[in-house]
Design a protein around this ligand. Structure first.
Ligand SMILES: NC(=O)c1ccc[n+]([C@@H]2O[C@H](COP(=O)([O-])OP(=O)(O)OC[C@H]3O[C@@H](n4cnc5c(N)ncnc54)[C@H](OP(=O)(O)O)[C@@H]3O)[C@@H](O)[C@H]2O)c1
Length: 299
């Protein structure tokens, strides 16, 4: 399969390195990362150990052949500009897969690309960008893909097959929108607190007060999802959130890492979107709103 990965940072580079085994992959990323890859190859350390020669460009318009699959792995606040750039090189047969976190990516992509071409995914892999050319794979996870209409089509099954044969454990969901919400609820409950308290994920359950706050945020975010027609029981999201905290207890969340580097966070696409959708359903998502103010005031 011809695959272009737009946003070769932490997760995009990991997926690219793995997919390269059986596919033609081109990474699109920032100049220092692409130059380092050209010089020394792409190095993955940690749970995956690889050094691969992988084609890369710092401008997407250098891609000459429309890919079969475009995987979008930019942060959510870059989705709109990235998909506009991608529009130049894709054709009607290209499938666009968002492997991002946040509740606003699909709407942004749909403004530029026909909805029929879009599929979505979530992943529980943990990675971070160590330095240009080097990615650390901190946690091996799994991935879920799905058509926006929930159908288990040949193309989505085929992409899942391609992922699995490259050691990216993947299954197909008949409700990917719900999967995206579950991930957003978990992220809404973990990431801002770790950014505010500058702590590893595990501390949220070691401190009993923070543990209670995690539950309250989780319930608030879940009530917004339920009002929005996404049927998820509170007990499920609380349990899943606690499981993620335990399995990533030694990790620093991406939001905390962004805050420490003075970079923009995805809080508007996660907690911000929960507040926004809550308002539409007359739900005051006060805890989410407070988290947004606290994270932004610390930047
Ligand atoms: N990392 C993880 O473990 C993980 C796990 C699950 C889901 N996710 C989700 O996956 C998405 C990506 O996360 P990440 O951690 O991989 O982020 P990341 O390391 O910041 O990677 C995104 C990369 O894309 C670059 N970029 C942005 N716009 C671009 C463009 N138009 N052309 C070329 N490059 C562009 C960014 O450069 P600049 O930074 O210079 O703008 C950055 O290097 C997020 O939605 C995140 O929540 C991440």
């Amino acid at each position: 399969m011809n695959i272009v990965i737009l946003g070769a940072g932490a997760i995009g580079s990991l997926f690219g390195a793995l997919l390269l085994k059986k596919n033609n992959v081109t990474l699109i990323g920032r100049t220092p990362h692409i130059n380092a890859i050209r010089k020394n190859g792409l190095t993955i350390k940690g749970k995956t150990q690889l050094n691969v020669k992988i084609p890369g460009e710092d401008l997407i318009d250098k891609v000459e052949v429309p890919p079969d699959l475009l995987i979008l792995t930019v942060k959510s606040f870059d989705t709109m500009s990235a998909i506009h750039q991608a529009k130049q090189i894709i054709d009607d047969d290209t499938v666009v897969l968002s492997m991002q976190n946040g509740l606003d990516n699909l709407a942004a992509i749909e403004r530029v690309v026909d909805r029929k071409q879009i599929i979505a995914g979530v992943t529980t892999h943990g990675t971070f960008f160590s330095q240009p050319g080097v990615i650390i794979h901190t946690g091996k996870g799994n991935s879920v893909l799905g058509e926006l209409n929930g159908k288990k089509t040949v193309r989505v099954e085929n992409i899942a097959y391609v992922f699995n044969e490259s050691n990216i454990e993947t299954h197909v969901s008949d409700d990917i929108v719900k999967e995206i919400w579950v991930k957003a609820i978990i992220n809404s409950s973990i990431n801002p607190l770790t950014a505010i308290f500058q702590c590893k994920n595990g501390y949220l359950l070691q401190n009993p007060v923070l543990g209670k706050i995690v539950e309250k945020i989780c319930m608030e975010s879940t009530s917004v999802a339920n009002a929005h027609g996404i049927n998820i029981p509170y007990q499920d999201t609380i349990q899943k959130t606690k499981n993620v905290i335990r399995s990533t207890s030694e990790n620093y969340s991406s939001m905390l890492q962004s805050v420490k580097k003075g970079k923009k966070t995805e809080i508007d696409s996660i907690n911000g979107k929960i507040v926004y959708i809550g308002r539409k359903h007359a739900i005051d998502a006060l805890l989410n709103e407070i988290l947004i103010h606290l994270v932004k005031s610390g930047q």
